[in-house]
Design a protein around this ligand. Sequence first.
Ligand code: UD1
Length: 426
Amino acid sequence: MSFFRIQGSKNLSGGIRISGSKNSSLALMVGAALGEEDVVLTNFPQDLDAVVLAEILRAVGVKVEEQAPGRVLINGSGLRPAPIPYELARKIRGSFYIAGLMLARLKEAEIPLPGGCFLGPRPVDFHIKGFQALGAEVSIEHGLMKARMGTGTENRFFINRSSVGTTINLMYLASLTPGVFVLENAAKEPEIVDLAVLLNSMGARIRGAGTEVIRIHGMKKLKGSEHAIIPDRIEAGTYMMAIAATGGDAVLENVMPDHLRTPIMKLRETGTVVEVGETSIRVVAKEPLQSTDLETAPYPGFPTDLQQPFGVLMSIANGTGIIRETVFDNRFRYLDELTRMGADVKVDRDRAIIKGVPVLSGAPVETTDLRAGAALVIAGLAAEGVTLVSGVEVIDRGYEKIVEKLQGVGAEIERLHTTEDCKEVI
Ligand code: UD1
């Protein structure tokens, strides 16, 4: 187990380069294997989720080769119906994308169900109904989803509620299924558009990505391509909150500000100054922060993945803010840890009522999930004294070089590997 030791109360200043999008990289790695020729993905982030997904892809015969830092070659010609070890599949939910890939290419799939996680149960019922609409016969046996393509295909499917993963899996399958398929109530996240741009460059015909209705013409084969992954809007949003929480003044480079319109609007409501360039965002904190209310929603609403970092801002803002989480259950567990640092919080089902306190005090805290971990790092940076964040491997799943990037803007943060190194705070 590793830890981050953070000495708080340091204003962040300077510049941070944002990596390629983690969520996009997962969707695009699998999408690239729909073809049987080389696909090169650039601006590829170095985080642990991508490493795990690469291992899963190799287990089913896909070539994944890091040609240089940030440049990954995928070749799906060797795809075969090999079993995926549950130990790998359960680590990342993106493993279920292999279901769409295998059904599209091999017309059959046998994939472990991803199971729950710290965000509560994360079912795949929409994915399965969508596969069935596209002609798959599906059964669930011994924790596995077994599916085989039949003949009858419906030509449209309405997803019950906006779901990123379902939209991605159905885009894969429809791209290689004969006929025209219309996906209604599709997710509109930028990562969906990124996937459509990649697949279209490989010869797919996908129209409407980024809107609620996506129309997909099934093709016989897809070809090779080269594509740059979009910047990570969640990583960028996390650092924006960190700068605001520490009274800092810093610039994020390699971002697409259009993907962050709602978080920027919310941050401005706290009194923080946000200056938007073409591919950069400057954040200038203004103290004291002002409280505001927030509700998470599918894109272009406020992302659930930034709810926890924003909750930290509210915990040190002037007044009381109410946060409503509408996308996932169980995304308030970080608030228990924040309370240990002095935050004043009440949770009532999907609402958190956060009354700002003048300052948080450093304490040993434990990460519960990826974004909660990032939120606790922000809390540690803003707090007085030393914070020790444990279980930080989960943060490495989605944040490339977080320690180095924060050190680069003046944070006092280091990675420790034994409790011996951090006796002072245990
Ligand atoms: C993706 C992102 C995650 C982000 C989330 C919402 C990746 C790897 N992960 O997760 O970071 O927080 O989008 O923006 O890209 N649901 C069902 N049945 C299903 C599928 C989903 O009930 O078959 C529910 C989920 O439990 C959740 C909601 O629909 O409440 C949205 O989930 P979804 O958009 O599918 O999230 P993921 O794709 O898993």
